[in-house]
Write a protein that binds this ligand. Structure first.
Ligand SMILES: [Zn+2]
Length: 280
């Protein structure tokens, strides 16, 4: 499942590949991807003739800005975009095709079919689902330690599910939450209201550096995962804890353990991330 760094990389790649292209027509072969408007034909009609200005990101959502329209796209589990020439064969699981006037196409492929697209008038997208009520953007300047702490530190819930809740901080999924908690030395089941000021500062910094490092890795490996069609694959970065069950911890050599927290597979080091009963 793509998290913030992957979506950020897709955003940057789309900005290189599709800005300035004008949509001639749109083909939708799986209606349920299109969540707004209800009518997929209307979706296609509204987009025809519009030109792509740039691509932005809000949490794990892409915002494709056109002249006078905004397309909000979520890749969910397996959604992928690719840019092709129109004479290239259309691969299986391609559900939406944006045909451009220059003879190229942006194709949306989604094996699991969980991805979504919503079309809005500019600005309207922030007042309605799915973007309304999204939390802090962790790579934004507005993500200060004070703000982070004031929103989370009084809550009597486990820190990992709290960080996964997109209403508080956006873009962090199951992989990077484990990485950030490991870097900060906080047990995933630590109650938020028992985390010390020092730990909040470490966690705030760990979230920023974990995500920033991953975005940088995506940026530097851009050629290796964008294929000839410009199709963007997902990648995994140098993960220190996630997926490393029974391997030695990079900091202390203790074997990494895997457990389940809030229904999600969770990796942690039992020595570096001790569960504390009280604020320390
Ligand atoms: Zn350790």
């Amino acid at each position: 499942m793509p998290e913030l760094p992957e979506v950020e990389t897709v955003k940057r790649t789309l900005n290189r590949l599709i800005v300035g292209k004008q949509i001639d027509s749109v083909t939708v072969s799986l209606g349920r991807i299109i969540q707004r408007p209800d009518d997929t034909q209307q979706f296609a009609l509204e987009l025809a003739g519009h030109t792509i200005q740039r691509v932005e990101r809000r949490g794990k959502f892409l915002r494709i800005l056109l002249d006078d329209l905004v397309l909000v796209s979520h890749l969910r589990m397996e959604g992928r975009y690719g840019v092709y020439r129109k004479d290239e064969p259309v691969e299986k699981h391609t559900h939406v095709i944006f045909h451009f006037t220059d003879g190229t196409e942006l194709r949306y492929k989604d094996v699991r079919q969980f991805g979504t697209m919503h079309l809005f008038k500019p600005g309207e997208e922030f007042t309605l689902p799915p973007l309304a009520k999204l939390g802090m953007e962790p790579l934004d300047e507005s993500f200060t330690l004070d703000r982070f702490k004031s929103v989370l530190s009084k809550r009597k819930v486990k820190i990992k599910p709290l960080l996964l809740n997109q209403a508080y901080v956006v873009g962090i999924g199951n992989i990077y939450v484990d990485e950030a908690l490991f870097r900060a030395g906080i047990h995933p089941e630590q109650m938020a209201n028992t985390i010390s000021d020092k730990q909040w500062a470490a966690l705030h910094q760990a979230i920023i550096t974990t995500l920033t490092d991953a975005v940088k890795a995506g940026g530097s490996s851009i050629k290796s995962y964008v294929n000839g069609q410009g199709e963007m694959g997902m990648f995994q970065h140098q993960l220190q804890i996630y997926g490393r069950k029974s391997e030695p911890c990079a900091k202390c050599d203790t074997l990494i353990e895997k457990t389940v927290v809030g229904g999600r597979g969770t990796h942690y080091c039992p020595s570096c991330q001790k569960l504390k009963q009280h604020k320390s």
